[in-house]
Write a protein that binds this ligand. Structure first.
Ligand code: ATP
Length: 585
């Protein structure tokens, strides 16, 4: 920035100096031809050399400034992107599920690439052109204050129109942020590997492409209309400034013919007027540009200002149950409604999980199982009621502290396109490079045979996104996700359909070892599979967000309610014996 400022200031002073030396040259030539003086002509030649040197420096300065700006651009873009990413890390889950926040984030990311630099550069060039302009103005005022006034008056309307168009362009962009995101989505659908199968099988290409084209055409039409308006204004006001220039030109020529001005002065004034006009327009354009870009930058600031302080603890210092052992978890009359939704996702949930209990959560699609987990991890707060962990209200705990006590295998676990070691190690950021721990976790998660079969064992890069990556089957990825969950020495485990993609043998092994692996940790298992559910101490059946039944597998079977009914259906469909004796415990 300092380099840019210094060089820009220097560059600002050069054009008037060059013009002035040009005037001295003309005057020198006239004087020399009149007097035929040797000394005068050699003096004039030195002036030409000086002008040459100044032009050379000016050209070099231009290149140097461009270099400084390149460097600044690279640093500014990284810095802005880092800010955006830091903010993304601070966002809460509810933000990621909010289309408005997505729009804001999208707009902020578009701003990050070039706009910050454009503002900096234009601020400097405003100063540069301003300084050049001031020096021209000083020269011009000596000729005629009127011509200076005309110069300014002829440029102002263009400036105001430019500012107005800038606002229009910004509004245009803001309006269509949602549509732009849809366009990105369609593009993403057509270009990502995991969509290719369906797109090809169902022949979706033309439908998606058609939607893309229709949206893109809409954008194009609006852009064209806007650019046409800009052009017509530009032509009109351009003609006005040419008129002003030639008016003054005629005035200066007349004064020279009358002998009031020397030829050198005439050349000086014409150059000053022409370049002054250019400098003034450039100044106004830079100001307009700073204005337009700051409108766009407001998107970035709006995104950075998305409030994320709702996650903090209610009390300071936050309360924290003793670490290192399982704690009682209690839902006290918890009801929850997603923002903007009418219906309740959970209603009057009362449930106590003693430390170390293994609880299965079952229920049909949309019953509220995932919501239950989201509340427990404090991704959301109950609309009514409260949840306690080790007797402490979750709202009084630091969310980082709370989450560090849990391990989880989510239904939509992540497939990190990193090495196999990273895929497991990232489950515990404290020890993520500890090979012995990774091996042990792989063993627990049933991934050790898989890792042995990989060409570079734990160092094998997984996924097909990068060169030499090795893709895995869904079940193999799931084994890594389960291993990742065992990386951390957690107090509680959350397993959302942990065996959904495992083969029969792997599933069997998981059941057999689950109790030993879970040890005395509290565990929450969400599943539609009754074979999985039976390894739990108790089962809670959710229905429309409410607890419908609660008890052990055997109790619920005996009760003959919804659970027994579903179990029977499942057994009929799968040839499973509804015999309680086969329960995992
Ligand atoms: N982010 C969200 N915003 C608004 N409503 C939501 C959101 N997530 C879930 N819901 C609604 O809340 C209710 C409970 O959803 P939840 O995801 O907890 O069900 P689930 O039991 O986990 O279902 P599944 O077995 O299909 O995974 C559903 O009616 C669902 O439509």
């Amino acid at each position: 920035m300092v380099w840019s400022a210094g060089l820009t200031l220097l560059a600002a002073l050069l054009p008037p100096a060059i013009v002035y030396v040009g005037k001295l040259v003309v005057d020198g030539v006239l004087a020399a031809t009149k007097t035929r003086s040797e000394a005068l002509s050699s003096h004039t030649l030195w002036l030409v050399a000086l002008e040459f040197a100044l032009v050379l420096v000016s050209a070099a300065l231009g290149r140097l400034i461009a270099l400084v700006h390149e460097v600044l651009q690279a640093r500014l873009t990284t810095a802005t992107n880092l800010k955006i990413l830091h903010k993304a890390l601070a966002l809460e889950l509810r933000h990621f599920e909010d289309p408005q926040v997505h729009d804001t984030m999208q707009k902020a990311r578009r701003v990050a690439d070039s706009r910050p630099l454009v503002i900096v550069v234009n601020l400097f060039s405003t100063v540069q052109h301003g300084v050049t302009l001031a020096s021209y103005a000083a020269l011009l005022l000596a000729l005629s204050p009127w011509s200076a006034l005309i110069l300014v008056a002829a440029s102002l309307p263009a400036f105001f129109v430019e500012a107005r168009l800038a606002r229009e362009s910004f509004e245009l962009h803001s309006e269509r942020a949602g549509a732009a995101r849809r366009l990105d989505y369609l593009e993403w659908l057509l270009t990502r590997d995991n969509h290719a199968k369906e797109v090809k099988l169902y022949g979706l290409g033309s439908i998606i492409l058609d939607r893309y084209q229709r949206l893109a055409r809409l954008f194009y039409e609006r852009d064209r209309k806007y650019e046409r308006r800009r052009l017509s204004f530009g032509l009109g006001f351009g003609a006005l400034s040419i008129l002003a220039f030639y008016g003054c030109y005629a005035f200066v020529v007349a004064r020279t013919v009358m002998g009031v001005l020397t030829l050198g002065e005439m050349i000086l004034y014409i150059a000053v007027f022409r370049q002054g006009q250019t400098a003034l327009q450039a100044t106004l354009l830079s100001i307009g540009s700073v204005y337009r870009e700051s409108l766009f930058m407001s998107d970035l600031f709006q995104y950075l200002a998305v409030p994320t302080d709702q996650e903090g603890a209610r009390v300071l210092p936050p309360r924290s149950p003793v670490r290192g052992r399982a704690q009682t978890i209690e839902f006290r009359d918890v009801s929850f409604r997603y923002a903007g939704q009418q219906g309740w996702a959970l209603r009057h949930v009362n449930l106590t999980l003693p430390a170390g209990e293994k609880l299965a959560v079952v229920g049909e699609n949309g019953a509220g199982k995932s919501t239950f987990v989201k509340l427990l991890l404090r991704f959301y707060e109950p609309t009514e009621g409260s949840i306690t962990y080790g007797g402490v209200d979750l709202r009084d705990m630091d969310p980082g502290d709370l989450r560090s006590r849990f391990s989880a295998v989510f239904q939509d676990f992540v497939r990190y396109q990193f090495s196999a070691a990273d895929n497991i190690g990232l489950g515990d950021t404290q020890h993520w490079q500890d090979a012995a721990r990774i091996q042990a976790a792989a063993e627990k998660g049933g991934a050790s045979t898989l890792i042995e079969s990989l060409p570079r064992k734990l160092d094998t890069l997984l996924g097909l996104w990068f060169e030499s990556g090795q893709d895995l089957s869904v079940g193999q990825w799931q084994k890594l996700a389960v291993s990742r969950a065992f990386m951390r020495d957690a107090e509680a485990l959350i397993l959302d359909e942990p065996t959904a993609s495992l083969d029969a043998r792997a599933e069997q092994r998981f059941f057999e070892s689950f109790r030993a692996l879970a040890e005395d940790r509290t565990a929450l298992i969400i599943s539609h599979r009754f074979s999985t559910v039976r390894i739990a101490d108790r089962v809670v059946v959710l229905h429309n967000g409410e607890i419908q039944e609660l008890g052990s597998h055997e109790e619920l079977l005996r009760r003959g309610g919804q659970y027994a009914h579903l179990f029977q259906l499942h057994a009929d469909g799968h040839g499973d014996e509804p015999a309680s004796g086969r329960a995992g415990r």
